[in-house]
Design a protein around this ligand. Structure first.
Ligand code: FEO
Length: 397
């Protein structure tokens, strides 16, 4: 376990979680694993930026010890209290009990409520400066990107922005920088991360990015807390965030459904045909089979969502319930959509789907399409027209 230099006297001392396949409980599938990045700054004050997830405390401490003994750490910056960045803090503090911990006011309260420890905690706010000796850190609070305590730290002399969760990716690699990995994979993982975690905070991200721009901080490197850091082209990810946060879309439709005996699936296929014949790209997912993280990633740039479920008892099929609740929490904006499904004797599921879609912020562009039992030829033609209408609206947006 070695520390890896990111520039002179600044070291990556994080952990690589090659085996992670789930994150935030089971809300995010991390098919490429993840990393928890922590950075050690060697100056008159030995400073650690963030820690790692608790089970990886030993890995982080091993890496630090290749540079300095743990008891030499003077300052720990807690940019964010979520356990993937603060979990190793209690174990680390056993070895450097004199270290002062710096973070936002909300971080101070949150750390106490997580770990119930007596910390030497110093509150900082946007614009505060902290001298490390030859270098200076300045702090930028970014509340609700994505927790109330979230903060970034900027190392003035080196022009490095320690951005914590922002600009990260769940992407375990032996490399540490953007220019060392395939760009397509890097941007896919960065977008997936935004879509599944940061999407609900888009409006705040736009605001905070503008505030950071106004601060006129030259940024040579963005050192993230997950995945690769951006040294070749930090502007690339900042510009991508500006576009993503603006909820820009492509002319594309995602159909997401769950079916009990195949009738709703038949409807979905025919709806898809109508979309394709109108000349619009579509993606079709049975959410009982598909990976939700990937479906959301596909919805991230799609203009329209068509959601379907068979009726089951007095509601929607269970995988679709879970999917719709997740989608609702992401608050997609600037989207259109509609609902469909098959039923036996109560079509309540389809109405419920439409309601949740509306609650998610999607503009309903045509009445829900409900078909009793199995669609016949004329009902399949209705499905075809249903899809075609959405595609036409997508093309006219
Ligand atoms: Fe990577 Fe919000 O924790």
């Amino acid at each position: 376990m070695k520390a890896l230099p990111i520039t002179k006297n600044i070291w990556w001392v994080g952990a690589i979680d090659w085996g992670a396949r789930h994150f935030h409980g089971h809300t995010y599938t991390t098919k490429r694993g993840t990393t928890y990045n922590a950075y050690l700054i060697i100056d008159e004050k030995i400073t650690l930026i963030d820690t790692v997830y608790g089970p990886f405390a030993a890995e982080m401490m091993e890496r630090i010890k290749t540079i300095v003994p743990l008891e030499k750490i003077d300052i720990i910056i807690a940019n964010h209290i979520e356990p993937d960045h603060s979990g190793a803090l209690p174990e680390l503090l056993k070895h450097c009990p004199q270290a002062k911990v710096y973070g936002s006011a909300k971080a101070g309260i949150g750390l106490e409520q997580h770990y119930h420890l007596k910390l030497d905690f110093q509150t900082v706010k946007t614009g505060d400066k902290l001298s490390l000796g030859k270098r200076t850190l300045t702090f930028i609070e970014i509340p609700m990107i994505h927790w109330p305590d979230s903060m970034m730290s900027y190392l003035v002399e080196e022009q490095i922005l320690f951005s914590n969760d922002a600009f990260g990716q769940h992407y375990a690699t032996s490399e540490r920088f953007d220019d060392e990995v395939p760009q397509e994979t890097l941007m896919e993982e960065a977008a997936k991360y935004f879509a599944n975690i940061l999407w609900p905070f888009s409006h705040l991200i736009t605001k905070r990015l503008a505030e950071i721009e106004q601060m006129n901080l030259p940024i040579r490197m963005i050192a993230t807390s997950h995945g690769l850091s951006w040294r070749k082209n930090p502007d690339k990810i900042v510009e991508a965030y500006q576009h993503w946060a603006a909820n820009e879309t492509k002319p594309k439709v995602v159909i997401a459904y769950e079916t009990m005996w195949g009738a709703t699936a038949k409807m979905a296929q025919k709806i898809a045909e109508g979309i394709a014949d109108a000349g619009v790209r579509y993606e079709l997912y049975d959410v009982a089979q598909a990976d939700r993280t990937e479906v959301i990633y596909d919805m991230f740039d799609a203009k329209a969502y068509i959601v379907g479920s068979s009726n089951h008892d007095s509601g929607i099929l269970p995988n679709m319930v879970s999917f719709m609740e997740f989608l609702k929490g992401l608050h997609p904006r600037n989207r259109i959509g509609c609902a469909f499904g098959s039923y036996g004797w109560s079509g309540v599921a389809i109405q419920k789907l439409e309601t949740i879609l509306k609650e998610a912020g999607v503009e309903i562009v045509q009445p829900a399409l409900s078909i009793q039992y199995v669609p016949d030829e004329s009902q399949l033609a209705q499905c075809y027209e249903f899809g075609k209408k959405v595609a036409t609206l997508v093309l006219n947006q």
